[in-house]
Design a protein around this ligand. Structure first.
Ligand code: P1T
Length: 418
C-alpha cells in the first residue's frame, strides 16, 4: 500500500527529537520508559535528559570510539538517513551470487580516487565485519598451508594490541606472533614467511610507518585505518600489495562493523574471500546498505564536507592539548612535522587520533597510575608492548570527553607549576 514508510519515518523523527541536552542521545532500539525513549548519556552526564554533570567523575579517554564525527552526521540528518524495507535483501547472496555489493565497491574506489589515499587500480576488494576481521583473514592468506614452518607474524613496537592478541587467539599451526620486527631484521631464515603489520598512521603514536622487513619472504599487511585527512596529511596514494581500511575511522561508524581490503595478488584475494565466506558468509547486507548510503554523503562535493569537519575538529583538539602541555616538564606528547597534503593542497600538521603521552620523570614511570590518580583513564603503554612511562589518550571521542580530559590536564599542569 502507498505510504508504508510514513510510520517508520515518524518513529525515527520522534527518537531524534529527544535532545538529551546535547550530552547524550536516544536510539530507536534503546530503552523505553513510560512510552519515551531513554537518553544514553556521555561520560560524566546523567539524569533523564543527561543534563546533570557530575564534576567528580574522571575523563575516560581509553577507547578509540570515534564519536567526534557524530555531530557531522546530526548536521547531515536528511542526507544520511536510511529507511529499510522489511524485505530488503533477505537472500544469502547478491543477484550476481557474490557476497559484496558491486555498487558499494565502485563507491569505495571513487572515494579513494577523490581522497588520493590509495591506488585501487589492479586491486581486488574484500569486505570484512570491521577491519579487525580482515586482519586475520590477511594473516591466514599470507601464511603457507600444510607447511612445516608456520609464518612468523611481527609488528614494530608500539603497536595495536590486537595484532598479537588476535593472532595468539587462533592458535593456528600456519602462523605465530613472534614479536617486534627488530628481532627479525637480519634473520638468516629465508624460508618461513615474515608477515609484518605496518600501521600508517600508527596506533598509538601517529607515525606514518613503513615496512621494516624486506626480501622475498617479507609479506607486509598495511593497516591504513587512520590514513584519512581527519588525522594526517596525504603525501601520496598508498600503493601496497595488501591495504586495509575501516569505516570506523573514516565516517565514525564503528558500530556498523565495516572494513575493506585492497589486494593485488589474485590468490591472496581468493583465499581472503574464502575466509569471509566460511567465517560469516559475507558482511551483513544491512551494513553494506548503510555503508553505501553514508559513502554517498562522504563522496559528495569531492569529500570536502566531512574531511574539513574531521580535520578542523582534530586540529582544534591538538592545539588545545599542546597549549595545555606547553608549560609542563612532567608530561610530553609526540611531536610531528608538517607535510604537503595532496588532498587539501596545503602543507599541514598531522592531527593523530591518539596522543602518545610520556611521563618524563623517573618517579612517574607507572604513568597510567599517575594519570588515573589525576582523574584521567588512558590506555597503558604496556598494552602496546611499550614501557609503562607511556599512556595513550584517545582524542576521537565526544567533545564532552575531550573537554573533561583538557580540564584534568590543565589542573595537573597547574599543580606542577604551583
Ligand atoms: C578502536 C581502536 N582501534 C581500532 C583499529 C582497528 C579495528 O577497527 P575496526 O572498527 O574493527 O574496523 C584496526 N586497526 C587499527 C590500527 C585500529 O586502531 C583502538 O585502538 O581503541
Amino acid at each position: 500500500e502507498v505510504g508504508w514508510s510514513r510510520r517508520a519515518a515518524e518513529e525515527a523523527e520522534a527518537v531524534a527529537a529527544v535532545s538529551c541536552s546535547g550530552h547524550g542521545r536516544a536510539y530507536l532500539d534503546g530503552l523505553v520508559v513510560d512510552g519515551s525513549p531513554v537518553c544514553e548519556c556521555n561520560t560524566c552526564f546523567g539524569g533523564p535528559d543527561c543534563s546533570q554533570f557530575s564534576a567528580s567523575c574522571v575523563a575516560d579517554v581509553d577507547s578509540g570510539d570515534p564519536l567526534f564525527l557524530e555531530p557531522f552526521w546530526m548536521q547531515h540528518a536528511a542526507s544520511s538517513a536510511l529507511l529499510v524495507a522489511g524485505w530488503h535483501r533477505m537472500s544469502y547472496s547478491f543477484h550476481d551470487h557474490s557476497l559484496i555489493s558491486k555498487e558499494l565497491e565502485e563507491l569505495i574506489r571513487k572515494l579513494h580516487a577523490i581522497v588520493g589515499n590509495a591506488n585501487t587500480t589492479g586491486r581486488f576488494i574484500v569486505f570484512g565485519a570491521g577491519s579487525i576481521q580482515l586482519l586475520n583473514a590477511a594473516v591466514h592468506a599470507l601464511s603457507p598451508h600444510n607447511s612445516s614452518a608456520p609464518a612468523k607474524v611481527v609488528a614494530t613496537i608500539p603497536f595495536y594490541p590486537v595484532y598479537k592478541s588476535q593472532t595468539d587467539f587462533f592458535r593456528s599451526v600456519d602462523f605465530q606472533f613472534v614479536g617486534d620486527t627488530s628481532l627479525w631484521k637480519n634473520t638468516s631464515d629465508t624460508t618461513s614467511n615474515l608477515i609484518e603489520f605496518v600501521t600508517a598512521p600508527n596506533n598509538p603514536d601517529g607515525k606514518l610507518n613503513k615496512a621494516v622487513l624486506q626480501g622475498p619472504n617479507a609479506k607486509p599487511i598495511y593497516d591504513h585505518a587512520y590514513y584519512w585527512p581527519h588525522f594526517t596529511p596525504i603525501p601520496a596514494p598508498a600503493d601496497e600489495d595488501l591495504m586495509i581500511f575501516t569505516f570506523s575511522k573514516l565516517t565514525g561508524h564503528a558500530g556498523s562493523r565495516f572494513g575493506w581490503a585492497l589486494i593485488k595478488d589474485k590468490d591472496v584475494y581468493e583465499t581472503m574471500s574464502n575466509y569471509m565466506s566460511l567465517n560469516v558468509d559475507g558482511v551483513s547486507r544491512d551494513t553494506q546498505l548503510r555503508a553505501f548510503k553514508l559513502l554517498k554523503v562522504v563522496t559528495r562535493g569531492r569529500g570536502r564536507e566531512i574531511f574539513e569537519f574531521g580535520y578542523k575538529t582534530m586540529k582544534d583538539r591538538w592545539e588545545k592539548l599542546n597549549r595545555a602541555l606547553l608549560m609542563s616538564r612532567r608530561f610530553s606528547v609526540q611531536e610531528s612535522s608538517p607535510q604537503y597534503c595532496t588532498f587539501s593542497g596545503k602543507v599541514k600538521r598531522p592531527s593523530p587520533a591518539y596522543a602518545w603521552l610520556k611521563c618524563e620523570k623517573e618517579e612517574d614511570k607507572e604513568c597510567y597510575r599517575v594519570l588515573k590518580k589525576a582523574g584521567i583513564i588512558g590506555r597503558n603503554g604496556t598494552l602496546f608492548s611499550a614501557n609503562s612511562s607511556y599512556v595513550r589518550l584517545s582524542l576521537i571521542k565526544t567533545q564532552d570527553d575531550f573537554d573533561i580530559l583538557l580540564h584534568q590536564i590543565n589542573k595537573l599542569v597547574g599543580e606542577e607549576n604551583g
